[in-house]
Structures are given as C-alpha cells and as structure tokens.
Design a protein around this ligand. Structure first.
Ligand code: GSH
Length: 336
C-alpha cells in the first residue's frame, strides 16, 4: 500500500514538473514583434479579458478608431479560470498577460504600445487620436503614462493611476472570487509565475467579502489605493480645468482620454464613484466622466463586452456595504 502511494506521488510530481516546464513564462519586449508569426484569420485580432484594465483600454481604442477585429476572450482567474497560463495562450504571449493585439499575425505587447500602434495603422478615414503638434503630443504621452499599469504597480503607485487600480479593485476581486471554484484557483498555485496572486485569491475566497480586509495587508493596500487615486484624480481635475475641456488636451479627443476612460470605469465597477466624483466633488472630472460614458466606444467596448461575473460582483459589493455600515467604513473610510 505504502509503495503504491509513493508511486502515485512520484507520478504526480513528474506530471507537475513536466507540465510546469511546458508553461514557462518569460518577459516579452514591448511593441510590435515582426519576427513572430501567429495563426490568424483577420487583419487585427485581440486577445483580451472583460475586467482587465489594459484590455478595456485596447478595446476602447479599437472602437474609437473603427477597427474591426477578431475577439479572443481570455479568462483570468477572477472571471473564471487561469486561461492566461494555458499552453495555448502562452504561445501568443509567453509573459501570460492580456491584452495582446495581433496585426497581420504579429503580436504587439503592452497596451500603451497597442493603442499607439492602432492609432498609426487605422484605416483611412478613422478619427485621429494623436495630435500633430509636438507640445500636445508630449502632453498626451504624459497623460497616457499617468494612467498606465506598469510592471510593478505596487511599488509605483505615485507614478500612475493605473498602478493604484489593483489596490482599489481588491473588494471587487473578493466579490468575484466567491463564484470561482477553489480548484480553479489551485491551478494558479501549481503553475502561475507569481504565486502571490493565487494565494491572494485563495485567501479572499476563504475569508469572504465581509472579512478579507481584516486579513494581512489587504486593508492597508486598499486604503493606500484610495489615497493614491485621490491624488491622481486631483491632478486630472486640475488638467481639465487648465485645458478648458472637454477633453484632456482641450478640444481634441485623444489616446489620453482612451486611457483615462478605463480608470474611471474601474472606479464605477468597484462602486467608488460616490467617493471620488459628484455632489460637488471634482466637477470637471464628473462632467468629463459623463461625456466619456456618452461615447459609442464606451457602450461598444465596455458595456457590451462585460462579463456577468463582474456585473454580479459589483452588485454583491454594493449590497454587502449597504447591509453592513462597518464593512462600508472599512472599505471606504480612507477615501473620505
Ligand atoms: N503593462 C501591461 C500589463 C498587462 C497585465 O499585467 N495584464 C494583467 C491584466 S490587467 C494580466 O494579464 N494579469 C495576469 C494574471 O493576473 O494572471 C499592459 O499594459 O498590457
């Protein structure tokens, strides 16, 4: 009996080591990879996830430019499974992250590179999302950077609002993960390159939405996310007043607005709009957010491409806070 168990364990360890070697990830260079050829059916194809901030940004950009594309939705654990570390997806992006834009079979890595690339390669007649004059272009680049999610968001929160987003999203993650089976998260423990992520989701799953913030660093991370976002939105408010609106550069809608649309959308998804906007708070940002939501690209790339797990997660988060004022204070206190 003992030797049978030993053989079984040996077999499992062998399978794990073999499978792990086939799912090795490594960093990829940003931008167009001309030397990689991927199977494709359409000129543009996009591998993306409904919740991912960077995926939303690339989708909004393609919608604004009117670029048709073949859509490849890829699950991250929060929407259902670790599809981003499947062998099939790692062949598309060995870094295991979404989004990936593919043009003529060549991948473009990093969402801020994807939107710049798409703006340069849009069909004739598309809206110009990049200004011609160098000063406006430099301002646009600075505002794209100030919204981007960088490689190390936890260490670079002051740098950009995108880096504050993972902290801000913690309560939504906790709400969404309630729907995801534990065995799906275990796949991440076995194969994800960053074990901290599946450990975080497993902890949230075990503690539940009402108690996750009392565990380890989660409460502090969330508070810091709120403080960082307050600072970034104050800067956006000042910029919109300075530019005179309606957009970040003034009269012309640009890639900077594409990049900030998704930050404001994440604030909505995590039920934080009332903390940062409205009721006299940041009037320029509030009006800007209303204008962004009125754009067809918002409906097409965000609302019509959402995932039911996100919608239910936001709803669950809202009702949990409404039913429990102590939880509301714990999840929102630092933002006030
Ligand atoms: N800087 C990259 C960030 C890409 C990234 O980190 N994507 C996240 C989703 S927003 C991801 O795929 N994470 C994989 C995971 O959570 O397992 C970009 O802008 O494209």
């Amino acid at each position: 009996m003992g030797s049978l168990v030993f053989l079984l364990l040996l077999g499992l360890a062998g399978w794990w080591a073999f499978e792990k070697s086939r799912r090795k990830t490594h960093p990829v260079p940003p931008g167009l990879q001309k030397d990689i050829d991927l199977p494709h059916e359409q000129e543009f194809e996009l591998y993306h996830n409904a919740l991912s901030l960077c995926s939303m940004k690339s989708r909004v950009c393609l919608a604004e430019l009117g670029i048709p594309y073949r859509s490849h939705p890829i699950h991250l654990i929060e929407t259902g499974a670790y599809e981003n570390i499947s062998r099939r997806f790692l062949a598309v992006n060995p870094a295991g992250t979404v989004p990936v834009l593919v043009h003529g079979g060549h991948p473009i890595y990093e969402s801020h590179e994807q939107i710049r690339y798409a703006a340069q390669h849009a069909p004739p007649g598309s809206r110009a999302l990049t200004p011609a004059d160098p000063a406006s272009k430099a301002a646009m680049e600075a505002w794209i950077d100030r919204s981007s999610l960088t490689q190390d968001p936890m260490a670079e929160g002051e740098k950009s609002a995108g880096n504050a987003v993972p902290r801000l999203t913690l309560p939504l993650f906790a709400a969404m993960i309630e729907e995801i089976p534990t065995w799906s998260i275990l796949e991440g423990l076995l194969f994800h390159w960053d074990r901290k992520r599946p450990v975080m989701f497993l902890t949230m799953k075990l503690r539940g939405l009402s108690r996750f913030h009392q565990t380890g660093p989660f409460g502090r991370m969330l508070d810091r996310g709120h403080r960082l976002m307050n600072d970034h939105l104050d800067a956006l408010e000042a910029r919109l007043v300075e530019s005179g609106g309606p957009w970040i550069l003034g009269g012309d809608f640009s890639l900077a607005d594409v990049s900030w649309l998704v930050i404001l959308e994440r604030i909505r998804q995590v039920d934080n709009e009332h903390l940062f906007l409205g009721a006299g708070l940041r009037p320029a940002c509030t009006a800007y957010w209303q204008r962004l939501q009125a754009r067809p690209s918002y409906r097409e790339a965000i609302l019509e491409q959402t995932h039911s797990t996100i919608v239910r997660g936001t709803e669950r988060l809202r009702s949990a806070k409404a039913a429990n004022p102590v939880l509301r204070e714990a999840l929102e206190g630092a933002a006030r």
